[in-house]
Design a protein around this ligand. Structure first.
Ligand SMILES: NC(=O)c1ccc[n+]([C@@H]2O[C@H](COP(=O)([O-])OP(=O)(O)OC[C@H]3O[C@@H](n4cnc5c(N)ncnc54)[C@H](O)[C@@H]3O)[C@@H](O)[C@H]2O)c1
Length: 434
C-alpha cells in the first residue's frame, strides 16, 4: 500500500448542507484540539488481533494506514454561493461559540457551482448552478473543478461523498444498464440521469472512490458499477445509517436472536431541517421510505420464521416540523410477543441530532474508501454496509442489515487488508483461545 505520511486527502462533497458542514467543522475542531471525534470508529475504535491471550488491541488508526485527520482538505458543490462558515451558521447544528473559533478556516472553504436540476429536488432552488451543452459537459466541468482543487491544495488522493439532498424516486431504466448507454444518455441529456449520477460519473471516470449518503439510485446501477470496475474504483452506499434505522438494526437482531415474535413496528419522526423540507415532497419521501422499509425484512427473514414475523406490519412516517430544526425526534412502537404468544410492547423515544450522528460516518467512509482504493479494492465495498441504511451488494446476494454482522465483516476486512488472521469467535477448545 503506497501511503506516505503527510499525504493530503481531498474530500469532495456534492451537497454542502448540515451534514457536510458539521463534518468539516468537527474535523477542524478536533485538529485544533477543541473537541474529540466521538462516534468515529477510525479515530476512537480499536480492533482485537490474534488470540485473546495475545492481548493485542491496537487503535484502528494505528493498525491501518488511513490518512490522518490533519491531512484532510475539503471542497464541495452546492446551489448557493456560500462558504462553510455561512452554511454552518445557517444550519444551526453547532454552537456559535465553536463556529467563531473556526471562522477563519471555514470562511476559506467556499462552495463551487453545483450541477442541479429542480426536477430531481423540487423543494429547493438556487442561483449558483453550472450550465452546459449537455450532461456530459457538466460532468467534464466537475472533473476540471477537481483537477483545479487538487493542484491548489496539493492533494495526493481523493474521495467523493454525496451529502446532497434526497432526489426523487427513480427506478433503474434502459440507459442505466451499460456504460455505453449511460454515456449516450449523458450526451443526449436523458432525463433518467440525475445530478447525483453526473458527479458520480465524474469521480469514477477519474478513479475517485464514491460514497452515497442519501437513498438516491446514483451508483446503484450497472452502468456506473461497470465504470467503477473499469477504473478500479471502490464505491459504497447508500443512505447513512443514523437515528431511527440505527436503533432498528440494533434492536431487531437482538429480538430475533431470542426468538421473540414481532407483529407491529410503527416508526414516526419529526424533523425541521432542510432535509426534512425536501422529504416533505412525496416523491423524495418515497426514495427514503424504500430505504427505511427494507431493513426489518432482511433482518427478520419472515419467510424462514413465519410463526414469529409473517404478520409483521411495518410503517415508517417522516413529518416535517420546522421548530425542531436538526434535533430530530423519532418514536418507535414495537408490538412483540413471547412465550405462548403473550403480547408485550417496547417504546423508543430517541431525541437525536441528525447531523451529529452522520458526521463521524462521513469521516469513516472517506478514510476507509481511500484505504480501499490504496489496497486495490474496487466495485461495491460490502464491508462498509455498517454505515448504510440500504447497503449495496451484488445482485445475486441480499444485503446484510444486522449491525453486529456488519461490524464483524468490517473488522475482518481490516484484518484481511493487513494480512492478520481472521477472527471467528469460535473458541471451542482452550488451545485455540479464539
Ligand atoms: N443527517 C442524517 O442523519 C442523514 C442520514 C441519512 C441520510 N442523510 C442524507 O444526507 C443528505 C444530506 O443531509 P443534510 O441534513 O445535510 O441536508 P441539507 O438539506 O442540509 O443539505 C443538502 C444540501 O444538498 C444541496 N444540494 C441538493 N442537490 C444538489 C446538487 N445537485 N448539487 C449540489 N448540491 C445539492 C442542497 O442545496 C443542500 O444544501 C440528505 O440526502 C439526507 O437525506 C442524512
Amino acid at each position: 500500500m503506497n501511503h506516505k505520511d503527510g499525504s493530503k486527502l481531498g474530500v469532495l462533497i456534492p451537497g454542502m448542507g448540515s451534514v457536510a458542514s458539521t463534518f468539516i467543522c468537527g474535523v477542524i475542531a478536533c485538529n485544533k484540539g477543541l473537541s474529540k471525534p466521538i462516534g468515529s470508529m477510525t479515530q476512537m475504535g480499536s480492533i482485537r488481533l490474534g488470540k485473546r491471550t495475545e492481548d493485542r488491541n491496537p487503535l484502528i488508526k494505528d493498525f491501518v494506514p488511513t490518512v490522518k485527520m490533519e491531512d484532510l482538505v475539503f471542497t464541495g458543490w452546492d446551489i448557493n454561493n456560500e462558504n462553510v462558515y455561512d452554511i454552518a451558521v445557517r444550519s444551526k447544528v453547532l454552537e456559535k461559540e465553536l463556529l467563531e473559533d473556526l471562522k477563519p478556516e471555514l470562511q476559506k472553504i467556499s462552495v463551487l457551482k453545483g450541477v442541479f436540476d429542480k426536477e430531481y429536488v423540487r423543494r429547493l432552488s438556487g442561483d449558483w448552478i453550472k450550465s452546459g451543452e449537455n450532461k456530459l459537459e457538466l460532468a467534464e466541468q466537475v472533473m476540471s473543478d477537481i483537477e483545479n482543487f487538487n493542484k491548489q491544495s496539493k492533494v495526493d488522493s481523493n474521495v467523493m461523498i454525496w451529502c446532497g439532498s434526497t432526489e426523487v424516486y427513480m427506478e433503474p431504466s434502459e440507459i442505466h444498464l451499460s456504460l455505453s448507454a449511460f454515456e449516450d444518455g449523458l450526451r443526449s441529456n436523458h432525463r433518467d440521469i440525475a445530478p447525483s449520477m453526473i458527479y458520480a460519473y465524474a469521480a469514477l471516470k477519474m478513479g475517485i472512490p464514491f460514497a452515497n449518503g442519501a437513498p438516491n439510485l446514483t451508483v446503484d446501477i450497472p452502468a456506473l458499477q461497470e465504470l467503477a470496475k473499469e477504473t478500479n474504483t471502490p464505491i459504497a452506499g447508500k443512505d447513512f445509517k443514523t437515528g431511527q434505522t440505527l436503533m432498528k438494526t440494533i434492536l431487531a437482531p437482538g429480538l430475533k436472536a431470542r426468538q421473540l415474535g414481532i407483529n407491529g413496528w410503527f416508526s414516526t419522526n419529526i424533523l425541521g431541517n432542510r432535509d426534512g423540507e425536501v422529504l416533505d415532497d412525496p416523491d423524495a419521501f418515497k426514495t427514503k421510505e424504500e430505504s427505511k422499509l427494507g431493513v426489518l425484512d432482511t433482518i427478520l427473514e419472515p419467510e424462514k420464521n413465519p410463526d414469529l414475523y409473517a404478520d409483521l406490519y411495518h410503517k415508517v412516517r417522516i413529518n416535517y416540523y420546522p421548530p425542531r430544526g436538526d434535533d430530530k425526534e423519532g418514536w418507535d412502537n414495537i408490538d412483540i410477543f413471547g412465550w405462548l404468544g403473550y403480547p408485550m410492547q417496547i417504546k423508543v423515544d430517541f431525541l437525536c441530532r441528525d447531523s451529529i450522528l452522520a458526521a463521524p460516518i462521513v469521516l469513516d467512509l472517506v478514510l476507509f474508501l481511500d484505504l480501499a482504493k490504496k489496497s486495490n479494492m474496487s466495485g461495491i465495498q460490502e464491508w462498509l454496509s455498517f454505515y448504510f441504511k440500504s447497503p449495496m451488494c451484488l445482485p445475486k446476494l441480499h444485503p446484510e442489515h444486522d449491525l453486529f454482522v456488519q461490524l464483524a465483516k468490517l473488522k475482518n476486512t481490516l484484518r484481511h487488508i493487513m494480512g492478520e488472521e481472521l477472527i471467528t469467535h469460535l473458541g471451542l477448545d482452550d488451545s485455540s483461545e479464539n
